[in-house]
Design a protein around this ligand. Structure first.
Ligand code: UT7
Length: 328
């Protein structure tokens, strides 16, 4: 194990311009604003325009993160895009992004861990940087999740939205206790049938639609996210008191609030974007991170706790001391 730290030095985000309210949805599916707000906390979601793709969203978020880090594509060694809604089955959305950013010397690939994709990609990038595969990584969570929705199924179509968030990771030799302090991942394919898409290249050659047993997923989410956060704290030799900000996956306000209570955190230490963004799958954590960094809540040196669960089931948590130490 090296003494090298992997710092998270900058973030970027992007939301498509089109906003769809709960009332808009109730014009074509049997739902209403009161139900959606009460059961999920969602009031609106952003949806891609005709012709706008996941790679387009990823590019906007990545360019903002690069600008905030004062870097260009040339400076990046590793590009990982976490997505379940790639532009094409292949090549990867990351390959497209690499070209768009002019990151000629970077390696680029996608990670598919649905709503836990950002945590998975962060863990992989951290391990690669720790093992000397490069000095800088761009990790993006980007989704056009609306493309996977059955707009006649009220139990799923009201829950999701589109967007992208990106972070820059940089190695540092002299930043003890900064950067990624721990990350923990889990999978259990025994539960693959409670949240899945009913299509795919080798199943039926179709893209398919999201199918979910919401109550079951909810039950697993509350249980597994609490456990994995405990594991991440133990791995980082930290306790709940060390957490400045909790930036959870934004699937349902009731899951977020349950976690906040379990963790004993003050409510105003929790970043909640589910009301405006809905569930943007792999994009939800970096979008929420960027929101709270841009509005000044998360500051350089703050410890941020992140966690997510998604179809698979796959889940994970990460603890990051954001930013970099001031030069002395
Ligand atoms: O990102 C991956 C992780 N995903 C999650 O964490 C999602 C976890 N699950 C959830 O967030 C919740 O289970 C949901 C929001 C999906 C559903 O909430 P719920 O309280 O578990 O509701 P339910 O599915 O048990 O449905 C309760 C009632 C049903 O009616 P009846 O059978 O009681 O008459 C549904 O048909 O609500 C009805 N319902 C709706 N009503 C109006 C379901 N969807 C809607 C809707 N509008 N959109």
């Amino acid at each position: 194990m090296s003494n090298q730290q992997v710092l998270m030095t900058a973030v970027g985000s992007y939301l498509p311009a089109k906003v769809v309210s709960n009332d808009d949805l109730s014009t074509f599916v049997d739902t209403d604003d009161t139900w959606i707000r009460r059961r999920t906390g969602i009031s609106q979601r952003h949806i891609v325009a005709e012709g706008e793709t996941t790679a387009d969203l990823a590019k906007h978020a990545a360019l903002e993160a690069l600008a905030n880090a004062k870097l260009t594509g040339d400076d990046i060694d590793i590009i990982i895009v976490a997505t379940t809604t790639p532009d094409n089955t292949f090549p990867s959305t990351a390959s497209k992004l690499q070209h768009q950013l002019g990151a000629k010397t970077a390696i680029a690939f996608d990670v598919q861990a649905v709503c836990a994709g950002f945590i998975y990609a962060l863990d992989i990038a951290d391990a690669m940087l720790q093992s000397g595969r490069g000095c800088r990584a761009l990790v993006v969570g980007a989704e056009s999740f609306s493309k996977l929705l059955d707009w006649k199924d009220r139990s799923t179509c009201v829950l999701f939205g589109d967007g992208a968030g990106a972070v820059i990771l940089e190695t540092s030799q002299d930043s003890a206790d900064w950067g990624i302090r721990s990350s923990v991942l889990h999978s259990d394919g025994a539960y693959r049938d409670i949240l899945y898409v009913d299509g795919g290249p080798s199943i039926n050659g179709k893209v398919g639609h999201v199918r979910m047993e919401g109550k079951e997923v909810f039950r697993h989410a509350v249980e597994k996210l609490a456990e994995v956060m405990d594991e991440a704290l133990v791995a980082a030799k930290m306790s709940f008191e060390d957490i400045d900000w909790f930036v959870p996956h934004q699937a349902n306000i009731r899951i977020i609030d349950a976690m906040q209570k379990k963790m004993g955190l003050a409510s105003d230490r929790v970043v909640r974007t589910v009301d405006k963004h809905a569930n943007t799958s792999a994009a939800s954590i970096p979008l929420a991170l960027a929101t709270a960094i841009n509005d000044g809540r998360i500051q350089n040196g703050n410890v941020v706790a992140m966690e997510a669960i998604g179809g698979g089931l796959v889940w994970g948590a990460a603890l990051v001391k954001f930013g970099r130490p001031a030069l002395t």
